[in-house]
Design a protein around this ligand. Structure first.
Ligand code: ADP
Ligand code: MN
Length: 495
């Protein structure tokens, strides 16, 4: 006998009809809501950065932008001050230590490895050029710009009051706050998107997975590209690799007339997590084009160098007429290029596509041709050539992923070439192309060398011996030797 008496087991009666009608009511409500607030994007993985609906939800990005802007202004002020104090005096003092934006750990514009300062392929590793500091360099008085900035900034701050009432603008209005146009526009955009957001009742997915794939600094960079109108929309992620993340974007308008931004772009973001790149050291450290610069660089710059390398290599290929993505712009570790594919669907990798035996044969000869062009005209070895880095599009093969490509005279260049040849010849031999050369024949055909070893081990040994000879020559003459190219010096490519 239970001391608290008999449990009351009378269950609340609930008829099937009730349950049904409750469900019906829910369904109806959902339907109604959907009609009233249609999803902005129908695609499963919606765009995460668009021109008109910039997701600044966490406010972090906005805060960063503001901070960046203020830091820059602070530094500019400091520079003016420094100039004023020093005047024409022979002894000058420097405020360098008080600057907010330091060249080594910042995103300041001087620090940017940009399309502008890397336009020339670094054949000889010369000193990196610095871009002039925006606005405040040059002779004469800097009063005019400052004046404009001040007036304009105050106006912007006042205009902020016009944002929607729910939008918190902080207590900045009471202060003599000067907002730059850039930041004002960002805030305005944010205010609008906030308005729209509050209208959307059942917004569940705040962050797409693509968004999580990049760090805030990179997001900021991507955001700036959209904000500048260069990109229309970044729709989502195409690929997440160990060393890079690739996004699809619709191209926008170019700032300059002569440059056309392709309607669809691929954005390759080189991952800034350093450990992933450790094993790639040997590609770039021994690349004489980057040799002098390597030792002086911090890890972040080394990652930018990968992006830079990919850009230069793509440009060389483009000049030789090899089907490959066209470079649009390079910003730090982010490379924007043309998209191979259509309507957001990337072209399939050669490993994923089933080709007719006719197309297979065609692809083989095309690749043979491309490898020769790459070697002779571009003076490059792909160094990661396989069915994974070749796309099938428009009835032909496109080469991608050339950040690790090196020149044939790289200390391991010929080994890399041999590995490429092995991948290619295995793929096509398995694919039933009877004409496919074996890896040794292919190697000789591409390099123009005549290594006669009839087995892999000896062949490899001869390759390494050749590489060593070249290295010794470099040691003795302090210069590279173009012994591998059949026609003298490697061509200089004017970009
Ligand atoms: P990773 O070093 O990660 O292999 P890739 O350059 O090979 O970098 O890019 C990864 C994937 O992204 C490719 O396999 C390809 O599917 C896709 N991709 C890269 N660049 C483009 C492009 N320009 N157009 C279309 N798809 C691309
Ligand atoms: Mn790849």
């Amino acid at each position: 006998q239970c001391p608290w008496g008999a449990p009351n087991t009378t269950a609340i009666s609930c008829s099937l009809a009730d349950v049904m009608s409750e469900q019906l009511a829910k369904e109806l409500q959902l339907e109604e809501e959907n009609a009233a607030f249609p999803e902005v994007v129908a695609v499963a993985e919606g765009p995460f950065i668009t021109g008109e609906n910039t997701d600044t939800s966490s406010d972090l990005m906005l805060a960063q932008m503001l901070q960046m802007e203020f830091d820059r202004e602070y530094d500019a002020q400091l520079r003016r001050e420094e100039k004023k104090i020093n005047g024409d005096s022979k002894v000058s003092i420097s405020f360098e230590n008080y600057r907010k934006v330091h060249p080594y750990d910042s995103d300041s514009s001087e620090d940017e490895v940009d399309w502008q300062d890397t336009r020339h392929d670094p054949y000889r590793a010369d000193k990196p050029t610095t871009t002039p500091r925006r606005g405040f360099i040059g002779k004469g008085k800097d009063i005019t710009t400052k004046h404009d900035e001040v007036v304009c900034g105050r106006k912007n701050t006042a205009r902020m009051e016009n944002f929607a009432p729910e939008f918190q603008v902080g207590d900045g209005i009471g202060m003599d706050l000067k907002l730059s146009n850039q930041v004002f526009n960002a805030l305005k955009q944010h205010a609008y998107s906030e308005e729209r957001r509050s209208a959307r009742l059942h917004e569940k997915k705040e962050h797409s997975t693509a968004e999580k794939a990049v760090d805030p600094k990179t997001r900021l960079l991507l955001y700036k590209m959209v904000n500048a109108g260069m990109l229309e929309t970044i729709t989502g992620c195409i690929s997440t690799g160990k060393e890079s993340v690739v996004f699809h974007a619709y191209g926008g308008k170019s700032a300059t007339e002569d440059k056309v931004i392709p309607p669809e772009c691929a954005i390759k973001v080189f991952k800034t997590t350093l450990n992933e790149f450790k094993n790639r050291d040997k590609y770039i450290k021994d690349d004489y084009r980057f040799k002098d610069r390597f030792s002086k660089l911090n890890p972040r710059k080394i990652i930018r160098m990968w992006a830079e390398k990919e850009m230069h290599n793509l440009t060389r290929m483009q000049n030789a007429g090899i089907p490959c993505p066209q470079v649009v712009i390079l910003k730090k570790h982010v490379l924007v290029m043309s998209f191979i594919g259509q309507d957001q669907v990337p072209a399939p990798k050669l490993k994923d596509v089933t080709l007719s035996s006719e197309d297979m044969k065609k692809a083989y000869y095309q690749i043979l041709n491309m490898m020769q062009q790459l070697y002779n005209e571009c003076n490059l070895v792909h160094a990661d050539l396989s069915e994974y880095n070749m796309l099938w599009h428009d009835g032909k093969v496109w080469l991608i992923d050339v950040s690790q490509s090196v020149e044939p005279t790289h200390p391991h260049g010929l080994e890399f070439l041999f590995r490429d040849c092995r991948n290619v010849s295995q793929f096509f031999q398995k694919g039933g192309v009877a004409e496919a050369l074996n890896e040794r024949e292919l190697f000789n055909a591409i390099s123009g060398l005549n290594i006669t070893a009839d087995n892999e081990v000896d062949f490899q040994a001869e390759i390494e011996a050749l590489e060593k000879m070249n290295e010794d020559h470099v040691q003795n003459h302090g210069k590279k030797l173009s012994m591998f190219s059949s026609d003298g010096d490697p061509p200089i490519y004017d970009e």
